[in-house]
Design a binder for this molecule. Structure first.
Ligand SMILES: Nc1ncnc2c1ncn2[C@@H]1O[C@H](COP(=O)(O)OP(=O)(O)OP(=O)(O)O)[C@@H](O)[C@H]1O
Length: 616
């Protein structure tokens, strides 16, 4: 560190000054005052190690290759003057040295050859306009991942998570945090067992006639666990009185099932909180999910109509109906890879269920939920076991498991047929042969054979389906791995951002702290003064005409270098321009750690707040 104007840095200690290493590496001349120890040849000297690309193209490069900066593990430590090039404050000062407003020339010796460079004029080199897009504070302009690079088809690199993923995550967070309006839902209890903040996931009215579980009415709520704050999905079976606890044996087995295509059952209990005897099944909550019925068979979707539904008011000849079906199928059919993806996920879940001596027993489009990227999960598992055990307590349901498993496979066949015809009516007995014919016309024989196997064979097993799926399994696996890779890349970015965020917490905790240890000027003196100037250097740069200059690349690069504590030196200037410090990132890092440690220790001592430092 070089101390250029001592009078404006009151409390610098000798030891701090003594930490200075190889200070002559970069000695800027900020003004021409006689007490400045800089050499008259400073401009030439100071840029002697600059490579042209690192100077003139630094900003462009940063935007071209932001990943290098955001990862920042090995920041460029070779070009101290890079800091000057990217600092309009210093450029301003350097401009003023020749009074012409044009940056002076400098030269560089590379392998014995001297290259001469001249800074572009201010208008050409208008930093603000060069970095114009970054001025969007919502980072939309600096995170070009929103827009694809249409020439290459690849998303442009960004410092931040992609907009699509961000929107998906934010949407899920939003749905998770939704709070019920008590005036809108006065009948919903405040608390149900260990859960509160119940929020209905479907309209509650008009449900009295809708009895999806063997004649029992059901409703679905999002809820928060009182103790853990975690979110769950409560399926309430209305008016259900549990007489014996035999069924709990099933519940225990279901609770142990953990599979990526199953909505996990957490617990089951009875309650009178709703004013009746209700049975509550607690499931994991998957925000933003919709049922398969809603996704592919809902008449609410614009343009959807079930092709197998006849208009009874205008009867048509059979040939007309058939042609109509074929035409409809050609225009509306689901892509075959999507159907196979569903088959793979469903059979994967069924495989685990059946091998656990259980049966799904509710394999229909209302009991399958979908989240983004066509992730499918079997829902409401265990409900049928509990209800049926209660209704027929004398029957040994375990003995019927094989039969139920066969029913699952028939249900799977019907579901695949319904998907392939995009019709829930297609699976009615009178429509099945037409539906199969449609599938033969529109899809591969493999799909038809799978449906036929499931709908016609007597003794079937889910493992028999694996050879029929065949190499499509590899495609599914490949897609998943590719998706994991995308998420991994996004996660890497956010890890780096988290690292910089922790660094900024430290800086912000120290900067402008009004009083510490009875010292009112603590944050303005000693090591902290350097950090204050550094904060200005990173965040408060202005252009020559005093306009704010915001360059994400500059900010990220500076923070990365600080985090690494590289030996590169930068020139910090006070706002009154009376003092200039030449200091290395290593020294700044040391100051930051020491100052934060001081605050952290005091905080622990006085408030017994644990682990602020460890967490950071
Ligand atoms: N585990 C869950 N996590 C998040 N949302 C869920 C979950 N289970 C269901 N949902 C959502 O709750 C809503 C209602 O689910 P429900 O199972 O009651 O569907 P439904 O079509 O009304 O079926 P039913 O005829 O059985 O009532 C659906 O929008 C569904 O996506």
């Amino acid at each position: 560190m070089d101390w250029i104007s001592p009078n404006s840095r009151p409390h610098a200690t000798l030891s701090q000054l003594g930490r200075t290493t190889h200070a002559t590496e970069f000695v800027p001349r900020v003004n021409s005052s006689s007490n400045t120890p800089a050499s008259p040849n400073f401009l030439n000297n100071s840029f002697s190690s600059v490579s042209p690309s690192a100077t003139f193209h630094s900003l462009t490069k940063k935007f071209d290759e932001p990943e290098h900066i955001s990862t920042g593990i090995t920041p460029d430590t070779q070009s101290p003057s890079h800091s000057i090039a990217s600092s309009p404050i210093l450029q301003d000062k350097l401009n003023s040295t020749n009074g012409s407003g044009i940056m002076p020339a400098y030269h560089e010796n590379v392998g014995g050859t001297t290259y001469f460079y001249q800074f572009p004029t201010t208008t050409e080199n208008n930093i603000t306009s060069r970095v114009g897009p970054v001025r969007d504070e919502n980072d939309t302009a600096i995170s070009p991942s929103t827009s694809n690079d249409y020439t290459t088809g690849k998303p442009e690199p960004s410092f931040f998570i992609s907009d699509e993923l961000k929107a998906d995550i934010l949407n899920r967070n939003l749905l998770t945090l939704l709070q019920p309006d008590p005036t809108q839902y006065p009948d919903i209890p405040q608390e149900v067992d260990s859960y509160h903040e119940l929020f209905p996931l479907e309209p509650i009215s008009n449900q009295a006639l809708h009895k999806p579980h063997l004649g029992y009415q059901a409703s679905m709520y999002k809820a928060t666990h009182i103790k853990t704050g975690e979110h769950y999905c409560l399926r309430r079976i209305h008016g259900f009185r549990l007489q014996n606890t035999k069924c709990m044996a099933f519940v225990e087995v279901w609770k142990k099932l953990n599979h990526s295509n199953i909505v996990t059952l957490k617990e089951v209990f009875t309650t009178k909180a709703f004013g009746d005897n209700s049975m509550i099944f607690v499931y994991s909550y998957h925000p933003g999910s919709e049922t398969l019925l809603n996704k592919h068979f809902s008449t609410d979707q614009p343009g959807y109509s079930d092709p197998f539904t006849n208009d009874v008011s205008t009867p048509r000849p059979y040939s007309y109906q058939k042609n109509n079906l074929i035409r409809h199928q050609q225009h509306n059919k689901l892509p075959e890879p999507l159907i196979w993806s569903y088959i793979i996920q469903l059979t994967s879940a069924l495989r685990l269920i059946h091998s656990s001596t259980l049966a799904c027993r509710s394999l229909d489009p209302t009991k399958i939920i979908l989240t983004s990227k066509n992730r499918l999960r079997l829902n409401c598992l265990g409900v049928m076991d509990v209800i049926q055990q209660e209704n027929n307590s004398t029957i040994n349901h375990l003995a019927f498991i094989h039969h139920y498993q066969q029913e699952d496979l028939t249900a799977l066949g019907k579901l695949v047929l319904a998907l392939a015809c995009k019709s829930t009516v297609a699976i009615q007995r009178e429509n099945i042969s037409t539906a199969i014919e449609l599938v033969s016309r529109s899809y591969t024989m493999d799909l038809r054979n799978l449906i036929m196997y499931l709908l016609t064979n007597q003794r079937r097993s889910v493992t028999d389906l694996m050879p029929m799926i065949g190499a499509r399994f590899y495609t599914q696996l490949d897609n998943l791995h590719n998706h994991i890779e995308v998420l991994d890349t996004e996660l890497c970015k956010e890890i780096q951002n988290g690292r910089l965020f922790r660094l900024m917490i430290k800086l912000a905790t120290i900067n402008e702290r009004p009083e510490f240890n009875m010292e009112s000027t603590w944050s303005e003196t000693g090591d902290r003064y350097m950090l204050k100037l550094f904060r200005d250097y990173v965040f408060h740069q202005v252009t020559e005409d005093g306009q704010p200059w915001i360059d994400m690349a500059h900010i990220v690069q500076c923070l990365n270098k600080l985090d690494c504590g590289v030996p590169e030196k930068i020139c910090l200037m006070s706002r009154d321009e009376q003092s200039v410090l030449v200091v290395s990132y290593a020294e700044l890092k040391h100051c930051l750690e020491q100052s934060f440690q001081e605050i952290s220790n005091a905080s622990l001592m006085h408030h017994e707040m644990s682990g602020a430092e460890d967490k950071l």
